[in-house]
Write a protein that binds this ligand. Structure first.
Ligand SMILES: [Zn+2]
Length: 374
């Protein structure tokens, strides 16, 4: 065996032990050996190495079944953390997450986006103050992921389309100059879909629908967010469902965005989303009528996607915060009614990540990489 394959094998064994412990949360050397097929001496030396790196720790002792009590080991979940930031037109949201994707801390601040030095100065101060406040060692922070309302080039370096933020041409290096950490830039909906997969790893084929102020969606195929060469992910928001509908910010008429965004609901109801859903749930006839129309348009969009790929629906975003389970069942029924096949049933799963999904996804990209490439 040459030296390179020897190093490769050592690393592979270290990964096996770490990944087993990561999934098991807590385990003994014997269990790790049974689970990985590695010998006890190999497990022991890798445990020493992982402890030395501060990545695992001794836990409780398992109850004895006769012989010596077995020592348990578990992951140090905050040995590495990652920061995720979401840039919206009106505000900035930030989260710090641990190796299991748990939120350690979060914050938000109203900073209206303007693509200029003054904005990035204030943005940088906000993020750096947050990082100072959570007080983690610099070496434990894997990086800062930035999710924004815009499409990002395939190489992650440039915003290629961002009518909402008016940030076309914005470069990743603009963020890199602000921080002492590695930065990455993502399309918000796409990276929110990644967070949903992380949260529910059995997800195979699904469409992620973000009912945010601006509507968005991403397609998940074979457990991965679908990426195309030119655009970073599916752009369901610009699927046209009416040729002479309202003007979309993209310049076309009748896009899904014009019918399914929270901004549209707020505009036609004349009230904030929170108030709208309160009245809807109290049976207000005007709100019920608006909701029926809104849901029907959403059902058309979901069905158009179903015509291409039969998949489940993950519903997330701002409006999801106010919706009841009955509202979601109503959307399911409307999708079924809109479908050409009477026997069709649509399954909608609600996101459990709330409106932090894009920021969490942007941070999870670093966590995922760290765990895979240990
Ligand atoms: Zn459009």
């Amino acid at each position: 065996m040459d030296i390179h394959s020897s190093i490769g094998l050592k690393r592979l064994n270290l990964q096996k032990v770490y990944h087993y412990l990561y999934n098991a949360r807590s385990s003994s050397k014997l269990d790790i050996s049974n689970g990985t097929g590695l010998s006890i001496p190999t497990i022991a030396s890798n445990i020493v190495e992982l402890e030395k790196r501060g990545l695992i720790r001794e836990g409780h002792e398992f109850k004895s079944t006769g012989g010596r009590r077995a020592q348990s080991y578990s992951i140090c979940e905050t040995a590495r953390i990652a920061i995720g930031v979401e840039i919206l037109k009106e505000e900035v949201k930030i989260v710090a997450i641990d190796l299991y994707g748990n939120i350690i801390d979060d914050s938000r601040k109203e900073i209206p986006f303007v693509n200029n030095a003054s904005y990035f100065g204030e943005f940088g101060r906000f993020v750096n103050e947050f990082i100072e406040r959570i007080a983690f060692p610099k070496g434990s922070i894997l990086g800062i992921g930035v999710a924004l309302q815009g499409l990002v080039s395939e190489d992650g370096q440039t915003v290629v389309y961002s009518e909402i933020l008016k940030a076309d041409g914005l470069k990743l290096k603009t963020f890199r100059k602000l921080f002492d950490f590695e930065c990455r830039m993502f399309h918000d909906t796409e990276i929110a879909a990644l967070a949903e997969i992380w949260n529910c790893p059995e997800t195979q084929n699904a469409v992620y629908i973000a009912l945010n102020r601006y509507f968005g969606g991403a397609l998940i195929l074979n457990g991965e967010v679908r990426r195309t060469q030119k655009l970073s992910s599916a752009t369901i928001e610009h699927m046209r469902i009416s040729l002479d509908g309202p003007l979309c910010y993209c310049g076309k008429r009748g896009c899904a965005e014009s019918f399914c965004g929270a901004n549209h609901l707020t505009a036609i109801s004349g009230m904030p989303a929170e108030e709208f859903f309160e009245k809807l749930h109290a049976g207000d006839t005007n709100c019920v009528s608006i909701w029926q129309t809104f849901t029907r348009n959403l059902a058309v969009v979901i069905n158009n996607i179903h015509m291409v790929v039969n998949c489940d629906v993950i519903l997330g975003g701002y409006l999801n915060l106010f919706m009841s389970d009955d509202d979601v069942r109503f959307i399911e029924e409307t999708v079924r009614d809109e479908h050409f096949n009477n026997g069709f049933s649509c399954v909608i799963r609600r996101s459990r990540l709330g409106d932090k999904a894009p920021a969490m996804g942007a941070a999870l990209d670093f966590i995922d990489e760290f765990i895979c490439d240990l």
